[in-house]
Ligand binder design. Structure first.
Ligand code: TMP
Length: 261
């Protein structure tokens, strides 16, 4: 698979063309941003961990019939994915109230929700990804009713599956963000899961101690982000005890290579 020209650069990933018009390469950067890019830094090794964790989750989701964009992981930082037209909505799924909802609605941090809550945000950095109602999606044709019905069903299955997967390794799935895209199949649009699912896009708390194992370590200046993401990867069985060293080494090697370019 040959990496072609850069098609798009987001805050944490870059998309490159390939020699197949239906496939692109998704490159995971080490950049960490929060509060719509107001706070940013580079955390060496983050991209490598997110690539592995997202691959693991998306492969598991395919096995339960959730169609998604992942074709295969190429190397430590890159995946081949299907080119989709991203629906411009961030779908936020909450099992426990924390983060923006606690401030917006005055809900006590850590309140367990009776059932999963889905919120919609318009994917527009210039506007700060504002919260929108479902009606806005239809009023402005961001997606059809049929697409949203399908997405909601997929979201609830993804949530059920991920709650169980994380619970099995002593982690509570507090909330997360999903993105979906349209794919042309036999001239018909199909909606599939896209983007990434990683500790950058989920809130993950240790089941016993409530220790944060996600990007809140960066958002709230808690430090030790890489050890937390590594812990998630190890518990999911992606990294083994001894491979901790190799992730760091490969990361260092790839950054040396980058600097030499
Ligand atoms: P929030 O509490 O800040 O609204 O975040 C809810 C969840 O969505 C949390 O797991 C982090 C994730 N998220 C993203 O992945 N990207 C974003 O741009 C935002 C705002 C949240």
């Amino acid at each position: 698979m040959k990496r072609g020209k850069k098609l798009y650069e987001g805050k944490a990933k870059i998309i490159y063309a390939t020699n197949d018009k239906n496939l692109v390469i998704q490159y995971f950067k080490d950049d960490a941003t929060a509060f719509n890019n107001q706070k940013k830094t580079i955390i060496e090794g983050k991209g490598v961990l997110n690539n592995r964790i997202s691959e693991h989750i998306l492969l598991n989701l395919s096995q339960i019939g959730i169609k998604n964009h992942l074709v295969k992981r190429l190397n430590m930082r890159e995946q081949v994915i299907k080119l989709v037209e991203i629906i411009p909505i961030e779908f936020i799924v909450r099992n426990v109230a924390t983060g923006s909802i606690t401030k917006r609605l005055g809900i006590e941090d850590g309140t367990v929700l009776k059932e999963p809550l889905i919120e919609y945000c318009l994917k527009d950095d210039k506007l700060g990804d504002p919260l929108i109602a479902e009606e806005h999606i239809f009023a402005f044709d961001w997606a059809t009713k049929k697409e949203i019905e399908k997405v909601k069903k997929m979201i609830l299955r993804i949530n059920d599956f991920m709650i169980g997967m994380f619970r099995g390794v002593g982690i509570k799935l507090i909330d997360f963000k999903l993105e979906f895209g349209r794919l042309k199949v036999n001239d018909k649009d199909e909606v599939i899961l896209a983007d990434e699912i990683s500790p950058d896009t989920c809130r993950l708390w240790d089941s016993i101690t409530d220790k944060k194992l996600d990007k809140d370590r960066f958002r709230k200046n808690l430090g030790d982000l890489i050890p937390a993401y590594t812990e998630v990867a190890k518990r999911l069985g992606i990294l083994h005890e001894q491979s901790n060293v190799s992730v760091v080494n490969v990361t260092k090697l790839s950054s040396v290579k980058r600097k030499r370019k």
